[in-house]
Write a protein of this length. Structure first.
Length: 125
């Protein structure tokens, strides 16, 4: 199996030994995106809705570099530091996806990088 790294200057660069995304055969696996400002690398100011919107903008930038869009997403992983934010994340999510929506998992976690409230990853066909 061939793996191809996907990179873009439209997001903050990864802070560890991982790729923004990797294409393997016909699937692209996008690493978790938090609400980092692409210019500064800092977490944006704002509530979980604003963070979710920025995380999806970052995810879309990686998809663009892979020649894909949100319409190509088949699975989304959502990681929340407070499950009470689930409805706010859903409100943003439903603006971005139309039926049939991607399969999705939402997981409550103790903490996320940079103190983010939400992190989002995806698998794309």
């Amino acid at each position: 199996m061939t793996r191809t790294e996907i990179t873009t200057d439209e997001i903050a660069q990864p802070v560890g030994p991982f790729s923004a995304a990797v294409r393997a055969e016909r699937f692209t696996f996008v690493s978790g995106q938090v609400a980092q400002d692409p210019a500064t690398g800092a977490l944006i100011d704002g509530d979980v809705s604003a963070q979710t919107e920025q995380a999806f903008r970052n995810l879309a930038a990686v998809l663009k570099a892979a020649g894909r869009t949100l319409d190509d997403v088949v699975r989304v992983g959502v990681y929340l530091t407070d499950m009470a934010d689930f409805a706010a994340v859903n409100a943003v999510y439903e603006k971005l996806f139309s039926p049939p929506c991607p399969a999705r998992t939402a997981i409550g976690v103790a903490a996320l990088p940079l103190g983010a409230a939400v992190e989002i990853d995806a698998i794309v066909n």
